[in-house]
Design a binder for this molecule. Structure first.
Ligand code: ADP
Length: 394
């Protein structure tokens, strides 16, 4: 009996020990499993965060403004470009689209997406005190898996620069047409007069032929200048850079303009020191000097004095100055004088056969050399045009 009891006790103890060991083993396995799940979750969270950061960084690199709203019209995501377009700080999350953009038309577009699946190519103008902006909006309503509304994505393209370019182009075409039409109509009416019998009178014949020649020359100059500007604009102008003596370049131009200067009784002086050697394209440098010196003679006073001087700036660059003692240029005109077709004195420019393109060509050519151009002038006290060039390496 005792033996049986001892045996049962032995079995019970053995079973209890085995059960405890099994439970400990299970607990260990479960703990390891939980640890694994926990690690996986942490890993997934890190992955998700990194992925979100990558997406946000990608959105922030977009040129277009992007706003994602939820079904309640609140911002879920807005990239940097959107913040810049509408002037809201980058974390606009949680604000309504109206609060963030402060534009009712944008908010109205978001509301339209409740009824329409998408809006394509909607143009809107953001009025501002200084520069208005032109935007094109493309937007898409989002749906969740059950097909319910889940907010929308709005993408904003800034068309402001494009619009500005368009208006510059339109203005340019209008100006060119106007500039072409004036000499053409003068040539046409002189020809008609001759055909109507004017050619019988020898003096009239000469006068009208001179008119035709003058305006044909003006057309040639205009077309030459337009072609030059188009080459400069296209970036196809190849500069043949080489060491050029500034003094020699100025002398050459002064001698070319001698008869023009003597017609106005003007004296043109070359004050440039001989050792100044610029790194420039000699033909283009001549073109710049010719435009500036010719203007100084044309618009300077009768029997005036024009000087050309040059110095080396602290930066090591050479600054050339063309100075006249003419009527000068108003501050308002100085600010616009390098624009295409801008003329401070329209009548004077036309009378002198000017195209209104000379100074914009000067600016482009100097900039192509890496230099700068500017004017200093006061009404009644003459004008000085400055431009800079690099110094040739010894
Ligand atoms: P344009 O063919 O009319 O001479 P430019 O571009 O060379 O064209 O010059 C633009 C305008 O600047 C001229 O029409 C003239 O009114 C003004 N201008 C240029 N140089 C001078 C100057 N030295 N003094 C006064 N006005 C000048």
């Amino acid at each position: 009996m005792n033996f049986l009891l001892a045996f049962l006790l032995f079995l019970a103890v053995g079973f209890a020990a085995a059960w405890t060991a099994e439970r400990a083993r299970r607990q260990r396995t479960e703990a390891a499993h939980l640890r694994e799940i926990d690690e996986q979750r942490t890993h997934r969270e890190i992955e998700l965060r990194a992925q979100t950061e990558r997406t946000v960084a990608l959105f922030d690199r977009m040129i277009e403004g992007l706003i994602v709203i939820d079904a309640g019209g609140r911002i879920r995501l807005a990239n940097r470009a959107a913040g810049e377009l509408f002037g809201f700080p980058s974390p606009a999350i949680g604000r309504t689209i109206l609060e963030a953009t402060r534009h009712h038309e944008v908010a109205a577009l978001a509301t339209r997406l409740d009824r329409e699946p998408e809006i394509l190519g909607h143009e809107l103008r953001l009025e501002a005190v200084e520069n208005s902006k032109f935007l094109q909006v493309n937007a898409l309503a989002l749906r969740d898996e059950a097909g319910g509304r889940d907010g929308a994505i709005l993408v904003f393209h800034d068309l402001t620069q494009l619009r500005q370019l368009e208006s510059v182009r339109q203005e340019f075409v209008a100006n060119v047409s106007h500039e072409l039409r004036t000499p053409l109509s003068l040539i046409k009416s002189a020809t008609e007069t001759l055909l109507d019998g004017g050619k019988e009178d020898a003096a009239a014949l000469t006068r009208f032929l001179q008119i035709i020649e003058k305006h044909a020359n003006r057309l040639t100059l205009l077309i030459d200048d337009l072609l030059m500007l188009s080459t400069l604009d296209s970036g196809n102008m190849r500069l043949n850079l080489q060491p050029v003596s500034v003094r020699a370049g100025v002398s050459e131009v002064i001698s070319d303009l001698k008869s023009r200067a003597s017609l106005r009784g003007a004296v043109v002086e070359n004050l440039v020191a001989a050792p100044l050697i610029a790194d420039a394209d000699p033909d283009r440098l001549r073109q710049v000097l010719s435009n500036l010196i010719e203007n100084a003679v044309k618009y300077g006073r009768l029997e005036g004095r024009v000087t050309v001087s040059a110095r080396v700036l602290e930066t090591g660059r050479i600054e050339v100055a063309v100075c006249d003692d003419g009527p000068g240029i108003s501050d308002e005109a100085c600010a616009r004088i390098f624009e295409r077709f801008y003329r401070a004195d329209k009548a004077r420019s036309r009378e002198q056969g000017g195209t209104g393109l000379g100074l914009s060509i000067v600016k482009h050519v100097v900039q192509a050399h890496g230099g700068e151009v500017r004017v200093e002038s006061k009404l009644g006290s003459g004008s000085t045009f400055f431009f800079t060039l690099g110094t040739a390496k010894a």
